[in-house]
Every structure is written in structure tokens, then in C-alpha cells.
Design a protein around this ligand. Sequence first.
Ligand code: PRP
Length: 214
Amino acid sequence: MRYLTFALAKGRLAKKSMALFEKIGITCEEMKDPSTRKLIFTNEELGLRFFLAKPGDVPTYVEYGVADIGVVGKDTLLEEERNLYEVLDLKFGACRMCVCGPESAGELLKKNEIIRVASKYPNIAKNYFKNKKNQSVEIIKLNGSVELAPIVGLSDVIVDIVETGSTLKENGLQVLEEVCPLSARIVVNQVSLKMEHERIKKFLMDVNEALKAE
Ligand code: PRP
């Protein structure tokens, strides 16, 4: 039997995914070892293989077909714009993509002047300001701790993930506009969905049932 291969976003998302999959009989004992540095795991009995990848790379593995199925955040899917099928909302990892900044920056979003936007998600930021707001912006790509940018004057606002809101609050910033809600999604390679249709369909139906039972 050909392996059915999963690409999981390393970290919290992979752990939550495996906890959910356990409910439908998909297990991988060696992945539970907290000291392991392995990146590929298999369940020979079930013919399954799991990759642990950086979240931003999960859609790439799935688009190229080296993984049949991926679990990744909607933020990454929107940012990467890969050709794949998004088939299921797992609902966990729920948070929001928002435009944030100091209260005073709210005014800048109402006027049609060019503002500076810092983000780890330059495509999401660009698309939001171009397509939803029709506002010209200069995007500055950062790699993390994005809240720093408006505080030190690198940008007027940021486009970033807000979960509890405490990072914003502790840094004197606030949500100015909501871009979109986010959560973990299951994605499937377009060819795999045809070639492994029965196995993937059963997997998705089982996951759906487990989600309903929660
Ligand atoms: C994310 C995000 C915010 C923060 C939001 O950052 O970019 O900074 O979490 O969470 P909160 O609303 O619950 O405070 P992450 O922790 O991934 O680190 P990073 O800033 O280095 O990207």
C-alpha cells in the first residue's frame, strides 16, 4: 500500500492535529516523544507517513504532491497562495488577522494617503489594502515581534495575528480593523484527491465526525 503522507505545521498545530487524529484511530507513538528531533514519522500498520514542516512550507509540500494532506493555518494559506484544495476547517487555532496600531493611526485608515504597513504577511496586507480598501500602502516585511514597528516609528500600522489581544495591550496598541478570521485547515493535493480518493474521503469523513462529537 502506498503511504498516505501528511505535512503538519510543526508545534502546537501538529500536536492538536495528532490529538484529533487519535480519536479516529490515526496514531503515531514516536511523534509523542518530546525529545525527538525527527522530521519524518511513519505508521507502517496504517500506511501513513507524517512530515513536520515549518508552517509556511506546508502548502508547498502539498502543492508539489510530496504530501497528500496538510494541516496548516488559514493565515499561511492566504499568504502562500498555493494551488491546493482547502477541504476542512478544523476550528482550532482560532484567531483573527487584524490591522493594528496606536489609536491615533485609526484616522490614517480613513484617509486616502500612503501609509506604511509592517507585517509578517506581506501578501495578506497588500491584498487587503488593495482589494478591500483601495488604499495605497508601503509594505514592510518583518519576521516577528511585529508590534515593535509602530511603537518605534518603522510603520504606521501592522497587519498581524491577534489571539488573546494581550501582546497588543501590553504594547499600547489596539485592533483598528479586522481583515479576516483564521483557524487551522486541512488541505489536499489536487492529484492526490483523485488518485487516493477513497482513503482521503474516508479520512475527511472520520475527522468531520470527530469534530462534531467534540
Ligand atoms: C503572534 C502574533 C502576535 C501574537 C498575538 O506572535 O504575531 O504577536 O502572537 O497573540 P495574542 O493576541 O494572544 O497576544 P508569535 O507569538 O507567533 O511570535 P512572533 O511575534 O515572533 O511572530
